[in-house]
Design a protein around this ligand. Structure first.
Ligand SMILES: Nc1nc2c(ncn2[C@@H]2O[C@H](COP(=O)(O)OP(=O)(O)OP(=O)(O)O)[C@@H](O)[C@H]2O)c(=O)[nH]1
Ligand SMILES: [Mg+2]
Ligand SMILES: [Zn+2]
Length: 351
């Protein structure tokens, strides 16, 4: 039923304690989901149905915007969806049937094919895909230059998720004002692997000084962009500068309290000069969904020319003698953090 489907799609809180609790709760919900009375059945658009976009979860229900108004929608009875994971997600294009008795209430009866997805492995056991957001064009990976420091391993995970979900990536390093002028070049150098080697746009922004905001707006205008990254990096603050619909922003002191996040669910926000931003709750870890060990080197493109010189053709660049990738890491020609990212992902996949 609607409640169960939605809750299963919730964001994962950050603290370990919360996470465990969440996992336990998720398992309970997954059990319920198996017994749900919602049935999936393909068919034509029912008469009287209206087309809309899923804007955000509303407790166990969904807020859907149609051309004329907004609706409080449930998923119940029979739903027509072309996918098997997360029946409904924020960003989905849906068809709703208005309730005869209540002018603002409707049920979602059909979900259109998704053009893109940002997915991860659902919490709990098993390898279920959880769709966080559907139909965005770009993924803005937002991290902070400081408070909190960024980790390349999280950026790398998002890049792979973007690739798998057909989203164009963009990296935003926010809070650049917290870095004294003389150290800023170090950040540019550190991110060169993305901006130059991989050709991904990297923007340096500051909500406080306005640096890079016009450039960010240029990238977002007339597109649908999903902003994702750790909690407290300033995703909502950035969106507030370029939209007229204010989002809640966390206290700076919150950085010492990593278990809480200010934005609690994905939400669709129109931008002031056209285009759409989808704000999401911060997450610290991001488990990838369905990634094979043989696929992994493909996502670490800069290893490829070096790997040709590994002693063994089948070198996994982990323990083999004569590994040119490991040698390059030691020499500093391959970014060490990227290599650690690779090792982490590999270990996660093969266990
Ligand atoms: N110094 C500085 N502080 C910033 C900047 N951007 C945001 N902040 C502060 O960082 C804190 C967190 O900002 P939010 O916008 O709530 O962060 P968020 O990424 O949306 O966090 P979640 O919703 O929890 O995922 C707030 O206190 C902001 O005022 C910036 O560019 N520079
Ligand atoms: Mg936020
Ligand atoms: Zn090797």
């Amino acid at each position: 039923m609607a409640k169960r489907i939605h809750d299963y799609n919730d964001a994962q809180p950050e603290s370990e304690e919360q996470q465990l609790g969440y996992r336990a709760r998720t398992r309970e919900r997954a059990k319920l989901l198996d017994r749900t009375s919602t049935r999936v059945k393909r068919g034509a658009i029912p008469e009287g149905a209206l087309q809309g976009t899923v804007m955000r979860p509303l407790g166990p229900r969904w807020l859907v915007a149609t051309a004329e108004s907004v609706w409080d929608c449930s998923v119940s009875g029979i739903i027509d969806v072309p996918h098997t994971s997360s029946l409904v997600a924020v960003g989905d294009t849906v068809w709703i049937l208005p309730d005869q008795r209540d002018s603002a209430v409707a049920s979602i009866v059909k979900v259109e094919e998704r053009t893109t997805v940002l997915s991860r492995k659902a919490a709990g056991r098993g390898k279920k895909e959880q769709v966080l957001v559907a139909n965005a064009e770009q993924l803005c990976i937002v991290v902070a230059a400081a408070q909190p420091d960024y980790k390349k391993r999280l950026i790398d995970r998002y890049l792979i998720a973007a690739d798998k979900g057909e989203l164009a990536p963009l990296i935003v390093i926010n809070k650049i004002d917290l870095i004294p002028e003389e150290y800023r070049q170090d950040f540019v150098d550190d991110l060169r692997i993305y901006s130059e080697d991989l050709g991904i746009p990297v923007l340096f922004t500051s909500v406080t000084t306005g640096q890079g905001i016009a450039e960010l707006e240029q990238h977002l205008v007339a597109h649908t962009s999903l902003l994702a990254g750790p909690s407290g990096v300033g995703k909502s603050s950035l969106i507030n500068l370029i939209s007229n619909i204010p989002q809640a922003v966390g206290e700076i002191s919150r950085k010492y309290d990593k278990g809480r996040h200010t934005t609690t669910a994905a939400i669709v926000i129109p931008l002031r000069h056209g285009g759409i931003a989808i704000d999401t709750p911060g997450i610290r870890e991001f488990a990838l969904w369905e990634l094979g060990a043989d696929e992994l080197p493909f996502y670490f493109e800069e290893f490829a020319p070096v790997a040709e010189h590994c002693r063994f053709n089948s070198c996994t660049h982990t323990h083999e003698p004569g590994c040119a990738v490991k040698a390059a890491v030691e020499e500093g020609t391959i970014d060490e953090e990227r290599y650690v990212s690779y090792l982490n992902l590999r270990a996660e996949i093969i266990t």
